[in-house]
Ligand binder design. Sequence first.
Ligand SMILES: [Zn+2]
Length: 236
Amino acid sequence: MSRFACYPPILAYHRVGEFKGDHVPTVSTRTFERHLTFLARGRYRVVGLEEVIASLARGQRPARRSVAITFDDGYAETHEVAWPLLKRFGFPATVFVAPAEVGWPGFATWQQVAAMARDGLVIGCHTMHHSYLPLVNANRLPEELVESKRVIEERIGRSVTLLSYPVGGFTPQIQSAVQQAGYAAACTTNRASPHPGIDPYALRRIKVTERDGNPMLFWAKVSGYYDLFRRLREPA
Ligand SMILES: [Zn+2]
């Protein structure tokens, strides 16, 4: 396979705003704003993840300079900081929430999640309990994949068709369960799918961190040179 993925780079943000000294990958508000400015000035086409999946299903190549934006975990800052900035730039995005975490300190509330959905952000599922799925007992998978989806749909009044694997963890059995649960696609981290070609149930994403305040690094990530860049930094 060529070093260029056959779908646009999918950026994975976690928290945007103030670093709280925890393990959560955090991008400062200033850096996030710079990223959006970079995409706008560079005439990147920021597309929704559903659009990426629809064109994959049709076997179409993505338009040049396309890029998709996603957020994991549904932090309070996704609503308070990232959403207003995305709105200002008119960029679509997908936010993956875990129902068991919604409303806890540091996380967006259901009201906030529903408000983002009404405003055009796409809400996806991040399992019920933010579980590392390869370690979840098979009899608990329906709760993590089916019940979680139903709860989010009920809260936001929209269908949920996208999933993000917590910590990128999946197996072929989990992928089948995700498909059976009615999801159209699922995102992982930068782990490659074991299957050759494009696997809609293991869409690779590019984690964005504060280090990407460096414009060259961010450029590498949104331009499809990221894999090459990784090879140069981490020679085999
Ligand atoms: Zn997560």
